[in-house]
Design a protein around this ligand. Structure first.
Ligand code: ADP
Ligand code: MG
Length: 397
């Protein structure tokens, strides 16, 4: 039975807190509800995408909420509804740019807190996650159902609630002959390693460490710019190899996957320690070193946790890069040379019809579409869940 194609909007705002990415996608679906077998190929076309920066004050409020050890409950409630309005504005603007209306929306929300590891709280062992941006507002303003809050169902199934994008990576990038690593560089950097001819259970996915988060933080602090556009500042500095060696000693990098990271790992405290390790070296050296830390930690993670596994005999041939970090030329050239020594070729997700900035938004359109059809879409091998789970909650207009 072939169903009518659905237009789905995917909305993503990541840990960089830079703003909102919206992708509009046509989903063709020929499967029955509750069919659980993962399709061999996902059948969709990207109609277009758009990016909306948060207004300066909103970004500051989002970052403050993420970093807060104490926060006002009233302000968090207000922020939830404010972000709902901003998401709705972003979707409406994208719809009018592309002259098409979404039948369904997948809205990831803004993560304020994520703890994928079990810890005790008031006598109970818990994992928790919190994405904000009120979906009822989005549904009402845009006039379409919204799937949101994707992560808790995976936590409830014993997973870490992240990463979720590997579901799309696996469908899009798996290849009969070529081992591929899909690498996204957002605030945090994460990879999905898909061996040649892999089944879903053979996919390895985890956060490799900082993406743009540390680069953004030091650029903001030392140059009063929200990010190092094009990697120009880093290009004029000299990498401090001793600092990189020191930072790579940290527990996160030495921990075997699955593992997830956020501002909890690479936020303020990490940056403070990084700056201390850099000592009195020139400002642009510090930005160069933060950039190299991202490149080096990615290469290191690949070497330690994917290619070096003797029992699996895994070989990878190419990396497919996405996320805002793909626009940082200095980072890209550092990564290219790190990868060359691992025998990996660097390609961009744009070459596969997925603009770097749109990939994660597309992923949440695809995940929302799965949920709408009551199909599970976590990848237990990626999140560590004990079973597949249908992700998210639905708000109706
Ligand atoms: N032109 C550019 N030059 C350098 N870095 C960029 C550029 N555009 C975006 N970035 C980086 O990408 C980040 C946003 O990436 P994104 O993939 O949206 O991350 P997230 O998913 O965490 O929001 C910015 O904070 C910035 O560091
Ligand atoms: Mg972003």
């Amino acid at each position: 039975m072939t169903k009518k194609p659905m237009i789905v909007a995917g909305v993503m705002s990541g840990t960089s807190a830079d703003g909102i990415n919206v992708a509009l996608v046509t989903m063709n679906d020929s499967r029955q509800p509750r069919e659980t077998k993962t399709r061999s190929r996902v059948n969709f076309q990207l109609i277009g995408h758009a990016e909306f920066a948060y207004p300066k004050k909103v970004r500051a409020a989002v970052l403050a909420a993420m970093n807060a050890t104490r926060a006002s409950v009233a302000d968090l409630s207000r922020l939830n509804f404010l972000l709902g309005e901003l998401y709705a504005d972003a979707i409406l603007a994208t719809q009018s740019q592309l002259r098409i209306k979404a039948d369904l929306i997948g809205c990831h929300g803004q993560t304020l807190y994520h703890q994928g590891e079990t810890a005790r709280f008031l006598g109970r062992k818990l994992t928790t996650t919190w994405q904000t941006g009120e979906p009822a507002i989005v549904a009402a303003r845009v006039g379409a159902p919204v799937v949101s809050d994707f992560r808790p169902a995976d936590l409830a199934a014993g997973g870490k609630g992240a990463p979720l994008v590997p579901f799309l990576d696996y469908l899009l990038f798996r290849d009969a002959h070529m081992g591929r690593i899909a690498q996204n560089i957002g605030g945090i950097a994460n990879l999905t390693a898909i061996p040649a001819h892999a089944s879903a259970s053979q996919v390895i996915a985890f956060d490799t460490g900082p993406g743009n988060m540390v680069i953004d933080a030091v650029t903001d602090r030392l140059f009063r710019q929200p990010f190092d556009r094009g990697g120009r500042i880093a290009a004029s500095g000299k990498v401090q190899a001793n600092v990189i060696r020191k930072m790579l000693q940290r527990e996160f990098f030495r921990k075997a996957p699955p593992k997830t990271a956020g501002r909890e790992e690479f936020g303020r405290e990490f940056v403070r320690e990084f700056l201390r390790a850099c000592g009195r070296c020139p400002k642009q050296y510090i930005v160069a070193t933060a950039t190299a830390l991202t490149a080096k930690s990615i290469a290191d993670a690949i070497q330690r946790y994917t290619t070096q596994d003797p029992t699996r005999k895994l070989r990878f041939h190419e990396m497919i890069l996405s996320g805002g970090g793909a626009k940082n030329s200095t980072l890209v050239s550092m990564l290219t040379s790190e990868l060359a020594s691992l025998g990996l070729r660097l390609r961009f997700s744009d070459e596969f019809g997925l603009p770097s900035a749109a990939k994660e938004a597309v992923a949440f359109a695809v995940l929302a579409h799965e949920t709408w059809h009551r199909r599970a879409s976590n990848l237990p091998s990626a999140t560590g869940a004990t079973r597949p789970a249908i992700l998210g909650k639905i708000s109706y207009p």
